[in-house]
Structure formats: structure tokens, C-alpha cells
Design a protein around this ligand. Sequence first.
Ligand SMILES: NC(=O)c1ccc[n+]([C@@H]2O[C@H](COP(=O)([O-])OP(=O)(O)OC[C@H]3O[C@@H](n4cnc5c(N)ncnc54)[C@H](OP(=O)(O)O)[C@@H]3O)[C@@H](O)[C@H]2O)c1
Length: 295
Amino acid sequence: MAPSARQKAAEDSKSAVAPGWVLVTGASAGIGRELARAFASKGRNLVLLARSHDTTTELARELIMTKAVNVKTIPADLSVAGAAEAIFEGLTSKGISVDILVNNAGVLFEGEFSSIPLEEHLRLLQINVVALTALTRLFLPLMLQRRGGRILNVASTSAFMPVPRLAAYAAAKAYVLSLTESLSEELRGSGVTATALCPGFTDTSMMRGSRLGKAAPSIMVMSPAAVAEQGCAACLAGETICVPGVANKLIASGTPLMPRALVRGIGGMVISRGWDRIGNAWRAAASPSDKGGGR
Ligand SMILES: NC(=O)c1ccc[n+]([C@@H]2O[C@H](COP(=O)([O-])OP(=O)(O)OC[C@H]3O[C@@H](n4cnc5c(N)ncnc54)[C@H](OP(=O)(O)O)[C@@H]3O)[C@@H](O)[C@H]2O)c1
């Protein structure tokens, strides 16, 4: 008989995550940098991965000085096929046991799907989906052998809805959320847990560089430190989904209850500020062909 959620939580909390290493991808900036700081504050040793080696080296110095933890850096480009395998080989050959894997690195390309160059779509999928999947698949068996470990995958509130002009990004985040939820169930009682962190607008260069971010009402924008603190706590507690912030929680819990046409319309409105889209979406939602969110 499958263990209850309470039994699972009890088993998982018994198997404390060994004080090994936390691998954080995209640790040079934004949410990843703050996740590194949050795990360091819990006394965890860190492997910081990003392309900007100078920045991760500087962060490593800071964490070693202020948090008295061990920190290593890996300069790596996750858009390159085979990067995950090389990272895994490099760390295991040095005897570095990754007990917490934080798949945070991500990119966003904004615009009409047909006007974004194919290379950018493929690059996004390689970083946000393929590398995340590969790192998870590579490190998970070792965690299962040790009967302890944590996986923290950074998704987004866009995982809960289609978002016009961010079509591939939102679809990739839906993949990350679905993968993580499925894994979380598969891992019941194993001592390993999987958590999806689903931030909304967060004040980072990714957000500031996008039209979507610039249009965000300031009340909805969170600091990367606040997002990271909640993500780190949820990961260590073995929670499956962490949506930081009240407004984001409302989005995440409300969208599945709404007609799909309305959800699509809201996504489009947020991006383009085209309030007429909301009106059209309401009308489409009320029409019998799409009522009840069939598609
Ligand atoms: N900001 C938001 O509003 C928001 C909302 C929801 C979800 N998220 C998600 O949160 C995560 C972090 O985003 P952020 O806002 O913190 O973005 P950010 O400030 O742009 O940071 C992105 C990080 O990913 C790394 N990265 C990018 N391309 C890479 C590559 N090819 N190889 C290795 N590392 C790479 C960057 O390092 P280098 O450039 O040095 O390689 C950087 O450390 C992403 O998965 C994003 O989708 C963000």
C-alpha cells in the first residue's frame, strides 16, 4: 500500500540530507545567487555554476568569508549539448557528492513565437529543459543510493498558464513543474524529495530586461532574496511546490479553476496590456464551445 503523505514526510525528514554539497546552476546572478546565499546560511557547502566565472568566484569568496562554508565554482555553459554529463563527470571524479541539486539557470526570449529565431527557442529548451532534466537524471541515482537528497527545480508561475509572447518559456516551465511533481510522487519514502519553486515577478536582470517585467505592478514584484529564502526552506522541508508571495499563490491556485480561454486572455493581457484581450477572453469563455476550459 502506498504510504500516506504524512508517513512520507516522516520518512523523508528522518533521512536527514547529509551535509554534502549543494550544486546551484545559474549562481552568478538573480535568484540563483540568493539561493546560494540561503543554502550557505544553513551551513551548506556549495558548487556555484554559471558562465560568468569572475562573478561566481567573487560570490565564493564572500560566502567562504561570511558563512564559513566550502565553495567551489564551475564555469559552464548549459546551452552546450553534453554540458550536464561533463559537469557530473567532473564532480564525481573529484569525489564531490551533490546532496542538493538546484536547477535554477534559465533564460527567457520574449516575442511572437514566429519572430523569435529558431536558435533562441532551441537554446531556451536546452538550458531550461534539457540540461535540467539531464542533471536531475544524472545526480538522482546517487542520492537514492545514499537514501538522502533534495532536488530544487526553479519553475515559474507561468508554469500554471499559457503566456502569449512567452510561449516556449511558459511551456518549458510547465514541463519543469510537471516533471518535478511526478518525481516527487515517484520518490515517496526514498529519502529524496523534489521541489518546484514557482516565483512570479522577481527583481532580477531577467525581469528587468523583459517587456513583461517592465509592465509588472510593483506590488507583485518580489526580491530575489525573499524568493530564495522560501525556496531554500521548502526544498529542505521536502515540499513539492513552493509558490512565494500571496499574489503568486492566488495566480497558482486560481488559474486551474478558471476557463482556459480566460487564462490565455489574461496571459496575453499581462504581456501586451491589451485590455481588449480580456474582454474577448471573457466572451470566448462564455461561449458554449470553450466553456469549462476544454482545451
Ligand atoms: N526573474 C523572474 O521574474 C523569474 C520569475 C519566475 C521564474 N524565474 C526563473 O528563475 C531562474 C533564475 O532567473 P533570474 O531571474 O534569477 O535570471 P537572471 O538574473 O538572468 O540569472 C540567470 C542565471 O542563469 C545563468 N545562465 C544563463 N544562461 C546560462 C547558460 N547558458 N549556462 C549556464 N548558466 C546560465 C546566468 O549566469 P551566466 O550568465 O553567468 O551564465 C545567471 O546566473 C530562471 O530559471 C527563471 O526562469 C525568474
